[in-house]
Design a protein around this ligand. Structure first.
Ligand SMILES: Cc1cc2nc3c(=O)[nH]c(=O)nc-3n(C[C@H](O)[C@H](O)[C@H](O)COP(=O)(O)OP(=O)(O)OC[C@H]3O[C@@H](n4cnc5c(N)ncnc54)[C@H](O)[C@@H]3O)c2cc1C
Length: 550
């Protein structure tokens, strides 16, 4: 029976039940009446910024949002020119069911989700794996040659051998913080400084197999493919993905992930202090501020944010959600606002590259049967430049979308200097080798949509990918919301977002850190959680992530 309890993104570093905190009828907490209406600045209109703003508005604060690029941040859904609703998901596109805090907001705004067409899933229908010139067609793992099954079995065995994985998973299912910490905390010291590749090659299971098995693992991995891009990363980060099932049971948001944030921006909610019908959009006068260029302490002891037009505004607190390396490149932040050890963490944080190339096509023609009776094209994993090709069916007679290529790191860098047309050409050339004779070109409509997050000055990278030895940096950033013991001159500025979380590249981490920051801002303003619904800071002393000595 126990095994049937769902896996949720609970811990493992800080096993606090964010979903329970969010849904408790007592609410997240309250702020003294005298502080109601106080303005707080939020830098970034992405998931963490908008969600934190929404919760702070409900508590009676006035969150003023700054956004230098586009609303939505890395949940950007771009509409193909000439259509109303045919979209390309440029950032987050597949959301694991374990992302409970994120799905709380999906449900709150009334959006639907549906299974994502991942490799070897029924939703994809069929998958083609193309490696070293050999092409395999499969509807599920069982259809692939034996060597693929050996790889899958070996990875399970490696997880058991190196991390007592079944027991860990059970502790996550049980939401048992004590058991989880007892199992996880020793793994932190053991694996922080070792890579994903080391984890694979040092396991007995992979040692008994060939190099070819490791290569296949790198291409096809344990879920969505392309895992060799992560081989140099700290194994802790990969373990979290496995343990919290972030690469499993993934769903897309119908209408686009960005609409979660658009709706939170526009949707009225019951707030303390603010009249019925209040919205984030309304409190912000219908539009966000522009770029924040400077953050500093003012003479009253509050914080001042200066925008790109050199207009300075004072705030009681500031929440920064942009990527941390932007704080030393494009936002001038008073050095005294953070401890030097935190600066080290913010600046050492390593961001990965990612590129996507989308085209709109006239209809889901890839489903048409080819001469062999199989679909013309299938979800494709390959060692060629495209790496992953995904198909999005919007209905039989409607324009459909192909993500011709989703790649990371070196594969993303290969296309970095090129414009959309050249990227499409490169992708089509690769796919034409996998599917000789299949005509994709005549189905393309409109203009391609491409992204390289590392080329955008507002991001300079796609998402964090912690390197070996980065646990301490992550600990400093993640724990920064708990400011009780901090020097006064460092209080009042908060951090949240993908790069602050333990689970970068997954929006759930951005949401959880936003909720930490909500608790931090609330207590900074003299507020507190309700006793019956303690928040993350209230349980920090007992649940805080294990310390590694400096
Ligand atoms: C390619 C890609 C694929 C992904 N896939 C998935 C997925 O499938 N599933 C999943 O769960 N997650 C996925 N993610 C992760 C998810 O998209 C992120 O975790 C989440 O969107 C990050 O939200 P955030 O608020 O932390 O940051 P952001 O969304 O980056 O928000 C920060 C905002 O700050 C703005 N900003 C920067 N500088 C300034 C400034 N000076 N002044 C004002 N504003 C500024 C930026 O423009 C940005 O809008 C993916 C991310 C990427 C990039």
């Amino acid at each position: 029976m126990d095994a049937l309890k769902p896996v949720t993104a609970f811990g493992p570093d800080f096993p606090f039940a964010y979903d329970t905190w969010l849904t408790h009828p007592a609410g997240l907490g309250q702020i003294p009446t005298a502080r109601h209406g106080t303005a707080v600045a939020i830098i970034g209109a992405g998931a963490s910024g908008i969600i934190a703003a929404y919760e702070l508005m409900k508590m009676g604060l006035r969150p003023i949002i700054y956004e230098s690029a586009k609303f939505g941040g890395r949940l950007r859904s771009e509409v193909f020119e000439g259509t109303d609703d045919v979209i390309a998901e440029l950032g987050g596109m597949r959301f694991p069911a374990s992302s409970r805090a994120f799905f709380h907001y999906v449900d709150l705004v009334g959006l639907e989700s549906s299974p994502f067409p991942n490799p070897l899933t029924p939703t994809a229908g069929s998958t083609v794996v193309d490696l070293e010139g050999d092409t395999y067609f499969a509807r599920g793992l069982d259809d692939l040659p034996q060597i693929f099954k050996e790889v899958a079995v070996a990875y399970r065995a490696a997880l058991e051998e190196h991390s007592d994985f079944s027991a860990l998973t059970q502790a996550v299912r049980d939401r048992d913080p004590g058991r989880l910490k007892a199992l996880w905390d020793p793994l932190v010291a053991k694996w922080d400084e070792r890579t994903f590749y080391d984890f694979i090659v040092s396991s007995s299971a992979f040692q008994a197999l060939s190099f070819r098995h490791r290569e296949i693992f790198g291409q096809v991995g344990f879920g969505t493919g392309g895992w060799d891009s992560d081989f140099p990363n700290s194994m802790l980060e990969i373990l979290r993905v496995n343990l919290l099932e972030l690469d499993d049971h993934q769903r897309l948001i119908v209408g686009g992930a960005e609409s979660v944030l658009q709706r939170l921006w526009r949707q009225p909610t019951t707030c303390t202090h603010w009249p019925d019908g209040t919205t984030l959009a309304g409190l912000n006068g219908g539009a966000t501020m522009g770029r924040a260029v400077r953050i500093g302490r003012n003479v009253e002891g509050g914080l001042t944010v200066t925008d790109g037009w050199d207009v300075a505004r004072d705030y009681a607190a500031v929440l920064v959600t942009c990527q941390s390396h932007l704080l030393t490149t494009s936002v001038a932040v008073d050095e005294a606002l953070f401890a030097q050890k935190l600066w080290m963490a913010l600046d050492r944080t390593r961001y990965m590259q990612a590129a996507k190339t989308f085209v709109m096509v006239d209809r889901p023609f890839w489903k048409d049967p080819g001469p062999d009776g199989r679909p013309l094209l299938s979800m494709t994993l390959t060692d060629r430049i495209t790496r992953g090709t995904y198909f999005f069916d919007n209905g039989p007679d409607r324009p459909a979308v192909i993500c011709l290529s989703y790649s990371w790191m070196t594969d993303a860098l290969k296309v970095l200097p090129y414009g959309p047309e050249k990227r499409v050409e490169l992708a089509l050339a690769a796919l034409e080798r996998v599917y000789p004779g299949v005509d994709i070109r005549s189905h393309i409509r409109g203009n391609p949509i491409c992204v390289s997050w590392e080329a955008d000055e507002n991001f300079l990278g796609a998402f964090k990918g912690a390197l070996p030895g980065h646990y301490r940096y992550n600990h400093r950033m993640y724990g920064h919301f708990f400011q009780k013991d901090m020097p006064v001159e460092q209080r009042g500025i908060f951090l949240a977002g993908d790069g602050i979380s333990w689970t970068p590249a997954w929006v759930e981490g951005a949401v959880q850190t936003a909720l930490n920051a909500v608790w931090g801002v609330m207590t900074h303003m003299g507020g507190a959680s309700r006793a019956e619904n303690p928040g993350p800071g209230d349980l920090w002393a007992t649940l805080s992530p294990v310390d590694l000595p400096d």
